[in-house]
Design a protein. Structure first.
Lengths: 109, 143
């Protein structure tokens, strides 16, 4: 399980991979390795390496059509982050409410 | 990609009173969580929730800034090794004190495990808060 986090970290830690991922997120259709390498002025091998890491992290899925591989973004793993955001948002609301109650009690005492 | 939670809240209390409530160990322990805490830069603090059958959660970190009226510390839940940062900034206003709270680095909780950690922490946390609240009702009024 820890591996998943490590992979996701590794995948999004690299700025080039973040750009590739972003390009896939905003693309209206899946992009081939060739299209990505053209867009980023990078060798097919370079793109393939990055895509493999993104794929391992679950951020990119691939389909094969003939000799071409098409990549598309899968932002699902990132949704977990939003759960944390919601959790902490509620947590701080509650905690600050407690702080307010605490201060009010002390004032009265 | 940066995920930060920001909260603003007005307290109708003097700034020093609010500052003490967020920096003094015994006061933090009263309204928030059992605290081994010193508002000194570099202090390694530990927040421990009241023990219960689940074992509860510890939060630890390092104080990064502690000059009135700004307090910053790192925030690591249990053994997750995921470092986030919490900062408290107080500002005097006419009706009392305005607090700006920031919790940044939440994107570090990336990954599928986040959901499970979230669920277990959530349950544990609620229990601890309930215990604390019960405890507080008796203790705080004495202050």
């Amino acid at each position: 399980m820890q591996d998943n986090i490590t992979k996701l970290f590794k995948a999004i830690a690299d700025p080039t991979r973040r750009e590739i991922f972003h390009a896939l997120v905003i693309a209206t259709s899946a992009l081939s390795i060739t299209q990505i390498s053209d867009q980023f002025d990078m060798s097919r091998q370079g793109v393939t390496k990055h895509i493999k890491i993104l794929n391992d992290a679950g951020l990119v899925s691939m389909t094969e059509e003939g000799r071409n591989r098409f990549c598309f973004a899968d932002p699902k793993p990132l949704k977990a982050i939003n759960k944390w955001m919601q959790f902490y948002s509620q947590f701080w609301d509650d905690s600050l409410e407690n702080l307010d109650n605490y201060l009010n009690k002390n004032k009265d005492a | 990609m940066t995920k930060t939670i920001t909260k603003e809240k007005v307290f109708h209390h003097a700034i020093d009173q609010v500052w003490k409530a967020i920096t003094k160990a015994e006061e933090i322990s009263a309204w928030f969580i059992q605290a081994d805490f010193k508002a000194e830069k570099g202090y390694q603090y530990i927040f421990t929730s009241a023990p219960n059958e689940k074992g509860c959660t510890t939060i630890s970190g390092t104080v990064k800034e502690a000059d009135p009226y700004r307090l910053v510390y790192t925030w690591i839940v249990a053994d997750t090794k995921v470092e986030t940062t919490v900062s408290w900034t107080l500002e005097p206003i006419e009706s009392g004190t305005k607090l700006y709270l920031e919790h940044s680095g939440i994107e570090n909780y990336a990954g599928e495990t986040a959901i499970e950690m979230f669920n277990s922490f959530n349950g544990g946390w609620d229990n601890c808060i309930n215990l604390l609240t019960a405890y507080l009702k008796e203790e705080v009024n004495a202050g």
